[in-house]
Design a protein around this ligand. Structure first.
Ligand code: CAA
Ligand code: NAI
Length: 246
């Protein structure tokens, strides 16, 4: 198994890509922390994984709130005693054209998608430095790398993740910590379900592989970057988008 006894915090793991990753990591022997705002879904997913014989723990967290993140990390440490992997996967959209975007929708997306990544990483890094090892993976997006109509707020946060990833790779590499990002393309989750059909169709038409991503496609990339197989990969942005833009 590729993650035997590793403790992995996956934010936003109650749904979509995060849950696919939780399942994949659990199958590879990890102790998985489902760190999510959505308590009802999170508890259901904890039970689902436990019933399949895996080690899983749901902890409610709002990644945009530093105190909430600190409490989550304390609970993980008191349950499992260590943290080996952090997947900064939680994210939201509040799409609107620039001229119509409300200030609070701009700010909320930055709070969750950008400050949330900062909060979680800052909270776990001292423990990884102490151990001299760790893997941090954050979720960017095709929108952050290339821009996307209607996503000023989201693209800003997802582009910033690339900058933070490269900065942390430089700061933390010498401490034995690998820091990387994954930039998914359009992937079949609730997030895309709310996108107008004609936009999804036009995106699909641009993808050489001619299909949207599946949550498992992204989970596989997280797994590679979380496993020992990527020990010499640092500061990279792994595009998992069917080749939508090159
Ligand atoms: N490509 C080309 N033209 C587009 C377009 C696109 N992707 N999106 C909108 N337009 C055009 C519309 O056709 C329309 O043109 P006309 O004025 O000529 O009619 C114009 O822009 C205005 O669009 P709307 O009428 O839709 O404007 P609205 O204010 O009602 O809605 C919107 C704007 C909320 C941004 C809506 O268009 C929308 O939801 N678009 C999709 C945004 C999107 O792609 N989000 C991705 C979510 S998934 C995700 O975020 C995951 C990830 O990382 C990729
Ligand atoms: P999703 O909407 O299915 O799941 C997101 C999860 O994050 C939910 O369980 C939600 O409760 C949780 N969450 C939201 N706000 C939170 C907060 N403040 N604190 C803790 N948890 C919170 O979305 P999906 O598609 O699985 O997205 C996962 C990640 O992948 C996000 O960062 C998203 O931006 C990114 N992404 C998604 C793409 C897609 O096409 N679905 C494409 C590119 C990137």
């Amino acid at each position: 198994m590729r993650l035997s006894n590793k403790v992995a915090i996956i934010t936003g793991a109650a749904n979509g890509i995060g849950f696919a990753a939780a399942k994949r990591f659990a199958k590879e022997g990890a102790k998985v922390v489902i760190a999510d705002f959505n308590e009802s879904e999170g508890k259901l997913k904890e039970v689902e994984l436990r019933e399949e014989g895996y080690e899983a723990l749901f902890v409610q967290v709002d990644v945009s709130n530093k105190d909430s993140v600190d409490r989550m990390v304390e609970q993980v440490l008191s349950t499992y005693g260590t943290i080996d992997i952090l997947i900064n996967n939680a994210g939201i959209t509040r799409d609107a054209m620039l001229t119509k975007m409300k200030q609070n929708d701009f700010q909320r997306v930055l709070d969750v998608n950008l400050t949330g990544v900062f909060n979680c990483t800052q909270a776990v890094v001292p423990f990884m430095i102490e151990k001299g090892t760790g893997k941090i993976i954050s979720t960017s997006s095709v929108s952050g790398v290339y821009g996307n109509i209607g996503q000023t707020n989201y693209a800003a946060a997802k582009a910033a993740i690339v900058g933070m990833t490269k900065t942390w790779a430089k700061e933390l590499g010498r401490k034995g910590i690998n820091v990387n990002a994954v930039a998914p393309g359009f992937t079949e989750t609730n997030m895309v379900a709310s996108v107008p059909e004609k936009v999804v169709d036009s995106m699909k038409a641009m993808i050489p592989l001619q299909r949207l991503g599946k949550p498992e496609d992204i989970a596989n990339a997280y797994l590679f970057l979380a496993s020992d197989e990527s020990d010499y990969v640092n500061g990279t942005v792994l595009h998992v988008d069917g080749g939508i833009m090159m």
